[in-house]
Design a protein around this ligand. Structure first.
Ligand SMILES: Cc1cc2nc3c(=O)[nH]c(=O)nc-3n(C[C@H](O)[C@H](O)[C@H](O)COP(=O)(O)OP(=O)(O)OC[C@H]3O[C@@H](n4cnc5c(N)ncnc54)[C@H](O)[C@@H]3O)c2cc1C
Length: 243
């Protein structure tokens, strides 16, 4: 089993205690802050080199070459943070200015329960209430896979501005009728767009479930056609093609 793509096996707690001592730390729950300068003072690199045979044993050979060759304080910090992750700990970093110099301080931190939730698209049933118009993700939230959420909002702003300019040029009052017109002009287009993104998302989910890359490969292939590429860029820029 590969641990986080770097290790071949989980190190023992005894090893970890000796390993942490190289950094002047007494176990996982030691909250001492340290900088690269502290590691130099404590001869951390030299101490790690003395343990190198043991450390190498845990890494996948190809990764050991990358991370353990020419150890220095920077690599020592990288290696520490990699080992900590195996035990649900992380290395937090904080910048401080000490005698006009920027110094980074590191500290072990427990990774608390990782919470997750499903990303879902959402669209408000009504875009406005009286004089109040909803905007941004409150109005329509889409899956981030296409990186289009804020683009939609920018398009909304453009349409709203056009409506205001039109009313103003006709000498009409700028009242809540703008909200109604805004919703009428945009709601169905935004829905088509976000449903389209959901559909793509579902395709990728399906591909993952059947463990096949047919959708990704077809999209890559389509993307190589300049005309189709142009069409996708247009949709990404304008939302739908019927603005
Ligand atoms: C992973 C990811 C990648 C994305 N990539 C892209 C991309 O590449 N291109 C793109 O166009 N869009 C992208 N988006 C979508 C984009 O980030 C959102 O559409 C955009 O940030 C929405 O802006 P907003 O102002 O409506 O909401 P937000 O950016 O969510 O701002 C709302 C703010 O209100 C604050 N807030 C909430 N409740 C309260 C309260 N009660 N009191 C005070 N403050 C409060 C929140 O803390 C937040 O700061 C991405 C989204 C995600 C999640």
């Amino acid at each position: 089993m590969k641990y986080f793509q770097l290790f071949s096996e989980q190190p023992s707690v005894e090893f970890m205690n000796d390993f942490l001592k190289c950094y002047g730390l007494n176990g996982f729950d030691d909250t001492l802050e340290f900088s690269k300068g502290d590691l130099i003072e404590q001869n951390t690199v030299e101490k790690l080199e003395n343990m190198l045979l043991e450390i190498v044993m845990y890494y996948l050979p190809c990764k050991a070459k990358i991370y353990l060759n020419d150890l220095n304080e920077k690599r020592a910090i990288t290696v520490l943070s990699q080992f900590l992750k195996l035990f649900n700990y992380t290395l937090s970093r904080k910048e401080r200015i000490v005698t006009k110099k920027k110094i980074i301080y590191y500290k072990i931190q427990k990774i608390e329960n990782i919470k997750s939730f499903n990303l879902k698209s959402l669209s408000l049933r009504s875009y406005y209430h009286g004089h109040i118009l909803a905007f941004g993700d409150l109005l329509h939230r889409i899956h981030p896979l296409a990186g289009q959420g804020f683009n939609m909002t920018i398009r909304d702003v453009k349409i709203l501005l056009a409506l205001i300019v039109k009313k103003h040029s006709l000498g009409l009052p700028l009242d809540s009728s703008i909200n109604y017109e805004f919703e009428k002009k945009l709601r169905h287009k935004n829905l088509i767009f976000s449903d389209g993104i959901d559909l793509i998302h579902e395709f990728f989910n399906f591909e993952r479930k059947i463990n096949n890359s047919i959708v990704s490969k077809s999209i890559q292939l389509l993307g190589k056609n300049p005309n189709i590429n142009k069409l996708f860029t247009k949709i990404a820029d304008r939302g739908t093609l019927i603005y």
